[in-house]
Design a protein around this ligand. Structure first.
Ligand code: X8Z
Ligand code: ZN
Length: 597
């Protein structure tokens, strides 16, 4: 994982690179080149320091490890802010493409830019550590942690029990509000100091196009896939009415957020048994097989690694197995939210997860390994190029492989029985996929819609929760299951808000992963409907993937996309092609229903 706060460089013992201020001579293009070379070196050193502190803090939450991480991050952010300001002196020079790109990457790489004032900077990194630490160790009033509460949301069909779990978790976020409010103030101050309007402006500027154009791009992509989401929402609501009654799931209204099998109603795969189109066709219950066959976490991760190596990629390094955290320790608090790391920016690959014997976790393992294989492909590049083509690319790699985990592939692993070759089975499989992949789309979009408005002041702190639920309803067609007020801070109950991880990346990834999947299917020589393709074992698909991964962030993302897919635009067409059978089926099923909310 990249240090979440920033890409930055050294403010420590080394002198800052030459600037217009401390060097009366006018800077030249050669100075700029030498500057980025130095920055890349400093950067790597500080990255390692900060990400080591972050790893320790994430795998052992205490006041001490939080303070230690806050201090390492403060140092990193301080140097980064100074270097970004220094780099402004090279703005008007005719630079070679690599130098120009690295200066661009330097400027937008801080997800929480820090103010110049050292006291404020430490206040910011201390708040960041506390926000994430609180989330990681939070328990509800009954002492239940997120893992336990999430398991309830997934499995229980008892309305009151679901509601109790939902409310219990959301209450844990209340005390995060003042921390978050102050964190936003400080990071906005840092953003203004390096010439951005606010932190959201920094985030939206990292896509090689102007920020408002990028926002329009996300709107365009959402408009492309929204009809499919609307069809799914309509069908699922009708099925939930049968389970819980129309009093609880009212006609023509948003669905209450606690009955969709997930704490945030972001992926709905756990309620598949409630909405299964054709009962008794064949079981799609992978979890049952994982449990019955007693797969342990190592076996689950080995299965993920085997997919990558089948495509000709390297095995994971020995140290991955020694240093990763695969299970929740019994004796200390950790951040269970899954993540992937290259702690020393040197092929020091790891994942940190609290793996349970569940299909959802098998999917997440592939997601995380996608990050690790990206790290592996570019770790020899200069530090500023050690990133995805854009952050959505990074999130889409492992996911593209999970699309290739077809029933035929899962049968090969011994996790499913033979699927009958008929249209009913196809619809069942597609429904399960859509509950995870399609249901997520509006959620993926709205999180940053909320934050962009918070960062630019359109949403005042006194309206945090109101604005949150307005967006949840507008995009997802979801409502809070009980009355909410500004005593609550429901955005804080979702990891990426307290951890300050931008979220549009996951929306982009849901679109991109289908483009990557289709490209790898083509490379593998697949013929027939897209949803039937698995490129497991295809060295050609692996070579296509590797070509893109090894570019890192060295080129604007359309170049990387073109290398992989031949397209230069992000495009929902591949997703729609994949789900064509289900979309047609939903249209039929929903006839006569009053859809929408
Ligand atoms: O946060 C993640 C990964 C780590 S990058 C586990 N995801 C998002 C989430 O959990 O909300 C993957 C899907 C969306
Ligand atoms: Zn990820």
């Amino acid at each position: 994982m990249r240090p979440l706060l920033a890409l930055a460089l050294c403010g420590c013992a080394s002198a800052p690179p030459a600037t217009a201020e401390n060097n009366p001579r006018k800077p030249t293009a050669d100075d700029a080149k030498a500057f980025v070379a130095r920055v890349n070196e400093d950067l790597k050193r500080l990255f390692v320091k900060s990400s080591t502190a972050d790893w320790i803090k994430n795998t052992y939450i205490t006041d001490d490890t939080e303070r230690n991480a806050a201090s390492a991050n403060e140092e990193l952010l301080g140097y980064q802010a100074r270097a970004t300001k220094t780099a402004a002196a090279f703005k008007e020079l005719p630079l070679d493409p690599d130098t120009a790109r690295m200066l661009y990457l330097l400027r937008i790489s801080a997800t929480a830019p820090a103010p110049e004032d050292a006291k404020k900077r430490l206040e910011l990194t201390t708040l960041a550590a506390k926000l994430e630490g609180h989330y990681g160790s939070a328990k509800d009033k009954k002492g239940r942690d997120l893992q336990e509460l999430s398991a309830l949301l997934r499995k229980s069909r008892n309305h009151d029990e679901l509601l109790d779990a939902w409310v219990g978790w959301h209450e844990t976020a209340r005390e995060q509000r003042p921390r978050y409010q102050r964190f936003v103030e400080l990071a906005n101050e840092g953003a203004r100091e390096i010439g951005f309007a606010n932190m959201g402006d920094v985030w939206r500027s990292s896509y090689d196009i102007p920020p408002d154009e990028f926002e329009k791009e996300t709107d365009r992509l959402w408009a492309q896939v929204k009809p499919l989401y609307d069809g799914l929402h309509c069908y699922v609501r009708a099925q939930l009415q049968q389970q819980y009654g129309k009093e609880r799931i009212p006609e023509g209204k948003p669905i209450p957020a606690h009955v969709l099998g997930n704490m945030w109603a972001q992926e709905w795969g756990s309620i598949y048994p409630l909405v299964e189109p054709y009962k008794g066709v064949a079981s799609l219950d992978v979890t049952k097989a994982i449990v019955a066959q007693k797969w342990d976490p190592v076996r689950m991760v080995k299965a993920g690694e085997a997919f990558f190596t089948s495509m000709g990629l390297d095995p994971l390094p020995r140290t991955f197995w020694e240093r990763s955290m695969l299970v929740k320790p019994r004796d200390r608090e950790v951040v269970c939210h899954a993540s992937a790391w290259d702690v020393q920016f040197d092929d020091d690959l790891r994942i940190k997860m609290c793996i349970r014997p569940e299909e959802e976790d098998l999917v997440t393992i592939h997601h995380e390994l996608g990050h690790d294989y990206y790290f592996h492909a570019y770790y020899k590049l200069p530090a500023l190029y050690q990133g995805g083509a854009n952050d959505g690319f990074h999130e889409a790699i492992g996911d593209a492989l999970t699309l290739a985990m077809t029933p035929a592939y899962l049968k090969r692993l011994g996790l499913l029985e033979e699927m009958p070759d008929n249209p009913k089975a196809v619809i069942n499989v597609q429904m399960k996929d859509a509950l995870n992949k399609v249901a997520f789309l509006p959620f993926g979009k709205l999180i940053d819609q909320w934050r962009w408005d918070v960062f630019n002041g359109k949403t005042a702190p006194g309206d945090y929760n109101k604005a949150w639920w307005a967006l949840r309803t507008k995009f997802q067609g979801i409502a809070a299951p009980v009355a909410r007020s500004e005593q609550d801070f429901d955005p804080g109950a979702k990891y990426h808000v307290p951890a300050n991880v931008p979220y549009t990346r996951y929306f982009l990834a849901r679109i991109l992963q289908f483009q990557f999947y289709r490209a790898m299917c083509q490379a593998a020589g697949h013929k027939g409907p897209l949803h039937q393709c698995s490129f497991y074992g295809s060295k050609e698909a692996g070579a296509r993937l590797w070509k893109m991964l090894s570019m890192g962030a060295s080129r604007p993302w359309p170049d990387a996309l073109e290398a992989m897919t031949g397209q230069r635009q992000m495009d929902g067409g591949a997703l729609l092609e994949y789900f064509a059978p289900l979309q047609a089926w939903l249209l039929e099923q929903n006839k006569g229903l009053s859809c929408g909310w």
